[in-house]
Design a protein around this ligand. Structure first.
Ligand code: SIN
Ligand code: MN
Length: 200
């Protein structure tokens, strides 16, 4: 395990050993069953290549009307609870009493990507966002607090955990591509990224 600091993001390389990664995947199975992945539409009229779902009191949601947190899955059912295995990582790395209210699950299949963006739909930016990578490698790009300027990229591998907090809480970031089937954690390949956020 090594800790890198890239533009204010704490990148814990190899934070989760293979056993813990497998246990996390198991803990996500009931979440995916209760709240199946969907492909969010975006305000411009397009569709994201990443498929998503959430656990917790709130789920991050997007459609033609915009980005927001919603209290129910598109099916109308409330989101499943955030698994204890996931919450443990938040507590270990942030030391915070307060628990996250949203665990967004992003699934990157072959060819999926996520453009540079800020995480700014939450009420209080003094809380960090904790991001957990599982499965295939993803090329993570880190920009600046405002759009534009030079960026820096690094590969995130299964078991890496990134804490985006402090001055870097509103730094632009995205995923350019994944190396499909570079990991054997998910039998069908792909990358899962979990982000934990305090919403209210
Ligand atoms: C995100 O910014 O929501 C996802 C980041 C990632 O997939 O690593
Ligand atoms: Mn983000």
């Amino acid at each position: 395990m090594t800790l890198l600091r890239v533009r204010g993001f704490d990148v814990h390389k190899g934070y989760l050993d293979p056993g813990r990664q497998a246990a996390l995947i198991e803990s996500l199975r009931p979440v995916l069953k209760a709240a199946p992945l969907y492909s969010p539409r975006v305000p411009g009229g397009g569709q994201m290549s990443v498929r998503m779902t959430s656990a917790g009191q709130f789920g991050w949601y997007s459609d033609a009307k915009g980005y927001r947190y919603a209290e129910a899955h598109p099916s109308g059912r409330v989101w499943p609870a955030i698994p204890a295995e996931v919450l443990a990582i938040w507590t270990e790395l942030t030391g915070l009493e307060r628990q996250p209210e949203c665990c967004l699950l992003n699934y990157y299949g072959e060819g999926a990507r996520m453009g540079l963006h800020q995480d700014k739909d939450e009420a209080d930016f003094s809380y960090p966002v904790v991001s957990i990578s599982l499965g295939d490698d993803g090329l993570f790009r880190i920009g600046n607090p405002t759009r534009g300027g030079k960026t820096e990229s690094l590969w995130l591998s299964s078991g890496d955990v990134v804490v985006m907090g402090g001055e870097a809480r509103l730094t632009y970031h995205g995923v350019d591509r994944i190396r499909f089937k570079s990991s054997r954690l998910l039998s069908k390949g792909g990358r899962i990224n979990l982000t934990l956020r305090v919403v209210t």
